[in-house]
Ligand binder design. Structure first.
Ligand code: AVJ
Length: 333
């Protein structure tokens, strides 16, 4: 059950899933989310063109330290990460996006080997093609085998075409968006797709004072508020909804019991919203909330323990001087 390379050049192959498992549509997910209490929207829908631009702006906010520290850690420790493996490395990246940070690591690996095959996996074929072209232009020694797929499906069906020692990347604190059971499933699938001795580099946000976390997710400039309100804007644009974005306030709260920042939109006054393409009418009481995202935080011990339960041993964890963010290097056992 293979995928067929849809676009092939000497240095670039793009595999598209021939039978994509049907994922629920935006309308279906919106309808399901408004059947729950609290009302819930999936963070997956943040990233249309406007949302992706707003996320890039978030990454430049002084309060959102995650992206900056991760890039610094990759620049500082990239050569040590590469040197942790004796064999020729290939990179597999889960959710590669624009792959800008990955280039730092690619440079470090190419200081030790002449060629590198990079396997980015992303749900968006457009993002894969764009980032691949940029990367191929910048690096003559890189070959790309890209997969336009959901990574759960790809790993479950064992469709990765790797040959050498693999270093898998799961960066950007993306692990934080998964509920613990989903994260466990993903790491277990990944472990079974890898060979013993293959590596896994996970970028994750460390637990810290709630005030610092809450500022990172509710910045005074209001960029994160706009990023969250764009979910309502998207429902208006794509599903014909009539949300009044001015009638909502945004807030983010760190929940110590679960170890996650939860983000919410709150109705400032009672309102009735119709969403024609989802076939629903939603009643919101004054003060009623819509949960938009959970961003889990971990201690180094927690991440190491979780991954040990999924078939990965800790090799080394790199933390910034402020103890805010971690890059955990693990080896499949
Ligand atoms: C892209 C999921 C890592 O949870 O930190 C940033 C998204 N949300 N600000 C995160 C996000 C609000 C981000 N991740």
């Amino acid at each position: 059950m293979g995928m067929t390379p849809a676009a092939v050049s000497e240095r670039f192959a793009l595999y598209r899933d021939p039978h994509p498992t049907r994922v629920a549509s935006f309308a279906e997910d919106v309808r399901a989310g408004f059947r729950e209490r609290p009302y819930t929207l999936s963070p997956r829908y943040f990233y249309d063109d406007l949302g992706s631009a707003l996320f890039e702006a978030i990454c430049r906010l002084p309060e959102y330290y995650l992206t900056r520290i991760e890039s610094d850690l990759l620049a500082t420790y990239g050569s040590q990460i590469a040197a942790a493996f004796d064999e020729t490395l290939e990179i597999v990246e889960l959710g590669s996006g624009s792959a800008l940070k990955t280039r730092i690591l690619i440079d470090a690996i190419l200081a030790r080997q002449a060629q590198l095959t990079y396997h980015p996996i992303d749900i968006s074929p457009d993002a894969l093609i764009e980032s691949s072209h940029a990367l191929l232009g910048a690096h003559a020694a890189v070959r790309i085998v890209a997969y336009a797929s959901d990574y759960f499906t790809l790993l479950r069906e064992r469709r990765l075409h790797t040959q050498d020692r693999v270093l898998a990347l799961f960066l950007g604190s993306n692990v934080g968006n998964f509920e613990p059971a989903q994260a466990r499933e993903l790491f277990t699938l990944l472990a079974s797709a890898l060979e013993p001795g293959d590596g896994l580099l996970v970028g994750y946000d460390l637990k810290k004072e709630p005030s610092v976390l809450e500022l990172a997710y509710d910045d005074p400039t209001g960029v994160t508020a706009a990023f969250n309100k764009n979910l309502l804007g998207r429902i208006n644009r794509e599903l014909g909804g009539n949300f009044d974005l001015d009638a909502f306030s945004f807030f983010a709260r760190y929940h110590d019991d679960i170890g996650a920042v939860r983000s919410y939109l709150r109705a400032d006054r009672p309102q009735t919203v119709t969403i024609p393409a989802a076939g629903i009418t939603v009643e919101l009481a004054a003060g009623e909330t819509i949960h938009t995202e959970s961003s889990y935080k971990f201690s180094q011990e927690e991440m190491t323990e979780r991954l040990a339960g999924c078939g990965f041993g800790e090799r080394r964890t790199f933390v910034d001087a402020g103890g805010r963010y971690a890059l955990g290097l693990f080896v499949a056992t």
